[in-house]
Structures are given as structure tokens and as C-alpha cells.
Design a protein around this ligand. Structure first.
Ligand SMILES: [Zn+2]
Length: 281
């Protein structure tokens, strides 16, 4: 499943091809993806100019000249190509066939943008831009992990009195938006915090460090072209680029890069957590 850094990388790839341009022609080759396309989807887009391509959590949000926003989600296997090229340096083992090209945007200036989604868990929605706060996917979402709002002070307030393990607290979308399992493991390792530690019991200086490391791990993954874990373990072993940089994620039994003791794995709320019991307290 594409994680936040990959979605951000896709946003950065789409922005120059779409911003300031009108949709000349929109083609949907099915009635639905994960959900049906909105009524008159093509007509509502054609002629509209895309003023800004933004992102909220793992949603791409294109603000249109019509007062509506085009909300797009990659689901499990959704990917865009821009004039035949894909933004980001990802490796995917499946879903490249043309039969999975479900949406085509022909933009002013002649750039063709194609959305391919083999498993069709992705979706597209149109929503009034000034009512985006009411969009179900955005309601109650915490700050973006790479925004200024996300800080040690913010975490201290968000974690106040919380008796859940910090790992679970960081995966709660109301605390921070779009931070996935991989990045939580990595950021906790880098900030020396044991994933089992109760969120409300972590000192402010540790929370400052945690906020910094969350931002750094996400930004490094964006710089590396996103991370793709979806094909991990497939027989052909194609891996996302950033995976080579993980310090603890999926490294059970391997030596900790700091102290060389074996990395442990633990299951918390159904998700694997990887950590070093010696370095993380
Ligand atoms: Zn260690």
C-alpha cells in the first residue's frame, strides 16, 4: 500500500503537469473504482482549471477553478503516469497492464495523465473546496507529520494522560495524519523510545526528539522517491528504494545498527513493531 511519502512524491510529480492547466478531455473506462465515480464526473472536470495540487494524509487534493476539489486516493495499487512516465522511483511487481488504465486526463498543453489501478481500491471524488473539512476522510484528522504544527509541544498535549502504547498512539490518525506502521517503527528507534512505553508517560525532551525524527524519516523517504512495501516478499523480490535504508523495520534478528543486539519484533494492535530493547527505553 502506498505510504504517505509515496503519495507526496506522486503529488510532486503531478503538480507541474496539472497546475494552471485545464482538463481538456476526461475519460473514465469503468463506472467505478472502489466507489462509483461522482455523477457527471467528466463534465464537472472538463474545462475546469486545476489551480493547486495539494495533499492531506494519503489523499491528493486538486483544487479546481470551479470551486470543487478533485480528491484522489491510490488505494492499494493505484498509480499515475504523466505522459508515459511515472513520478517517483518505485518498483511494483504487478498491475502495469493497460487493461488496468481506468482514468485518462488530457490536460491543456497536451500532457496525458493516466490512472492505473489493478486492484481498484483507489477512488476519485469531487467535493466543494470550501467544505473540504466536512469530507469524511478528513474529519478529525490530526496534523500532517511534516507540518510545523506537529511538534514536541503538540505531542505533549495530544499524549496527555494517554495510557496506550506510544506505537498505537502514533498510528491514531487523530494524533497525526497518514503516518504508517513502517515510519512509526523507524522514528521510535531513532528517538530511542520503546514502542511499548505509554504515550502519556514520555518526557517532553523525548517528545521533541520524536517529532523531529518523524519528520526526518518521512522527508528522507520522500527524497528517496517514496517507499513501497506492497510488493515486499513477492517471489521476484522487487523492493522499494527506501527499504534499503530501514534501520529496524523488517529486521527481526538482525543486529541493531547502534548496539548490534538483535532487533526484536512484537505485534501491537495486529501490526508488527520492530525495535531494539537495549536502545529504546
Ligand atoms: Zn540497539
Amino acid at each position: 500500500m502506498p505510504e504517505l511519502p509515496e503519495v507526496e512524491t506522486v503529488r510532486r510529480g503531478l503538480a507541474p503537469a496539472m497546475e494552471g492547466k485545464r482538463f481538456l478531455h476526461v475519460e473514465t473506462r469503468r463506472k467505478d473504482l472502489r466507489f462509483p465515480f461522482p455523477a457527471k464526473f467528466n463534465q464537472r472536470l472538463e474545462g475546469a482549471r486545476l489551480n493547486h495540487m495539494g495533499r492531506r494524509a494519503k489523499y491528493l487534493v486538486g483544487e479546481l477553478s470551479t470551486g470543487e476539489a478533485l480528491i484522489m486516493h491510490l488505494g492499494m495499487t493505484g498509480r499515475f503516469t504523466v505522459a508515459g512516465k511515472r513520478p517517483g522511483k518505485f518498483h511494483h511487481a504487478h498491475g502495469e497492464e493497460e487493461k488496468h488504465d481506468h482514468v485518462v486526463f488530457d490536460m491543456q498543453g497536451g500532457t496525458r495523465i493516466t490512472f492505473n489501478d489493478a486492484r481498484r481500491f483507489g477512488f476519485m471524488e469531487l467535493w466543494k473546496t470550501d467544505e473540504l473539512g466536512e469530507y469524511p476522510g478528513f474529519k478529525g484528522l490530526g496534523p500532517e507529520p511534516i507540518s510545523n504544527e506537529f511538534s514536541g509541544a503538540y505531542l505533549e498535549e495530544a499524549f496527555d494522560g494517554k495510557k496506550t502504547p506510544v506505537k498505537a498512539a502514533l498510528l491514531d490518525q487523530r494524533v497525526v495524519a497518514g503516518l504508517g506502521n513502517i515510519y512509526v517503527s523507524e522514528a521510535l528507534f531513532r528517538s530511542g523510545i520503546n514502542p511499548k512505553k505509554l504515550a502519556g508517560a514520555i518526557r517532553r525532551d523525548k517528545l521533541e526528539k520524536l517529532a523531529v525524527e518523524v519528520r526526518k524519516v518521512i522527508e528522507e523517504a520522500i527524497a528517496a522517491g517514496g517507499s513501497t512495501i506492497s510488493d515486499f516478499g513477492t517471489p521476484d523480490g522487487e523492493l522499494g528504494y527506501f527499504q534499503h535504508r530501514f534501520r529496524v523495520y523488517d529486521k527481526e534478528g538482525k543486529p541493531c545498527p547502534t548496539c548490534a543486539k538483535p532487533i526484536r519484533r512484537l505485534v501491537q494492535s495486529g501490526r508488527s513493531t520492530f525495535y531494539c530493547a537495549a536502545c529504546q527505553r
